[in-house]
Design a protein around this ligand. Structure first.
Ligand code: 5GP
Ligand code: MN
Length: 319
């Protein structure tokens, strides 16, 4: 229960991973609103990098802090949806100076970097884990909206195998608080800007099949991103679309973050544990969805990744 996590902390910082996604923002804002609603004598602040435009419809996102005020220090730092300390980014400085640290997460690659934690690798989302810690009758519509959004995003709208009966039960309770589910799903998950659709189209057009058509890969360079006027926050969903290709086991999508440095997203349909591959190269994530950053040309990156994928295909028990 949350009482046990907060204990007597009067000041609480909440932080999530760099390049925050739906579950990261949803879990942070859900917990933040719940503390604000129900622990009026405590001070809570959320620290996140700039969030995607489509998530700015969530209540209270204007309260998110993007930098640390001088000399700010908290009794408790709660890390949400973040698999390792480095991925906290700028808020890691507050983690270091906090009186206590606590981590709530569902990444299988999370080795427990906080003093105490609640890590459930099989959970659909960090938002579902946050929901489990709250007293249902004290959840406001704003808290429910944020947590519902987080669950929707990390389950691909309840599609992935991580969406279990307990996920649906949590989602049902959140809907009963009055969440406008269809609108939230449409506005934050499916809707794309024209430029986002263009870059998706471009990535699909340039994609290649390899390893007997069991893998698909595509990439966009910084130059192409500039041409279409898109940034890193516009890349969501491209790798999921690649993964839908019939016959494909693994999808790889990468975009250039600086010259010959790529942010790579990996998705698996079933057999391949892409988290193992991401971890091998210093990244992490989940069995069927993982990510990493890699240096080299597009070809180098694909060659390095294919080696690991091939090894797993040949020896599914090993790596
Ligand atoms: P995405 O491909 O959407 O960026 O990320 C897929 C999953 O892998 C997410 O759960 C995300 O948190 C995790 N992930 C992505 N990139 C990295 C990374 O560089 N390091 C770690 N540890 N996890 C990552
Ligand atoms: Mn998550």
């Amino acid at each position: 229960m949350l009482n046990k996590i907060l204990k007597d902390a009067k000041t609480i910082a909440i932080g999530g991973h760099i390049r925050p996604d739906g579950d990261c923002v949803g879990s942070c804002m859900g917990l933040y609103q719940y503390i604000r609603d129900n622990y009026k004598d405590r001070k809570a602040d959320v620290y996140l990098e700039d969030i995607p435009e489509s998530l700015k419809c969530l209540p209270a996102v204007d309260m998110i802090r993007h930098e640390i005020p001088a000399d700010e220090r908290y009794d408790l730092f709660i890390s949400l949806d973040c698999g390792d300390k480095e991925r906290l980014g700028f808020s890691g400085a507050l983690f270091d100076t906090a009186g206590r640290t606590y981590c709530i997460d569902h990444h299988i690659s999370n080795l427990g970097f906080a003093q105490e934690d609640y890590i459930v690798p099989d959970a659909s989302s960090t938002s579902e884990l946050v929901y489990n810690l709250l007293e249902d009758e004290k959840i406001s519509l704003d808290t429910a909206t944020a947590l519902y959004l987080g669950i929707v995003h990390d389950t691909g709208v309840f599609q992935y195998s991580c969406a279990t009966p307990s996920t649906f039960r949590a989602a049902a309770r959140l809907l009963e608080k009055g969440v406008d589910g269809p609108k939230l799903i449409q506005d934050t998950f499916y809707e794309k800007t024209y430029a986002q659709n263009q870059i998706l189209g471009r990535a699909l057009l340039e994609s290649i099949l390899f390893m007997d058509k069991t893998c698909i890969a595509s990439y966009v360079t910084k130059k192409t991103m500039d041409f279409y006027g898109v940034g890193v926050k516009d890349m969501d969903g491209i790798v999921s679309q690649l993964r839908l290709t019939k016959g494909v086991e693994v999808a790889i999508f990468m975009y250039e973050v600086e010259t010959n440095v790529y942010k790579v997203s990996l998705r698996s349909k079933d057999r391949i544990d892409v988290c193992k591959i991401a971890r091998y190269f210093g990244g992490g994530g989940h069995r069927k969805a993982a990510g990493l950053t890699m240096a080299g040309t597009y070809r180098d990156v694909i060659n390095n990744l294919s080696e690991r994928i091939e090894a797993q295909m040949e020896n599914p028990q090993g790596r």
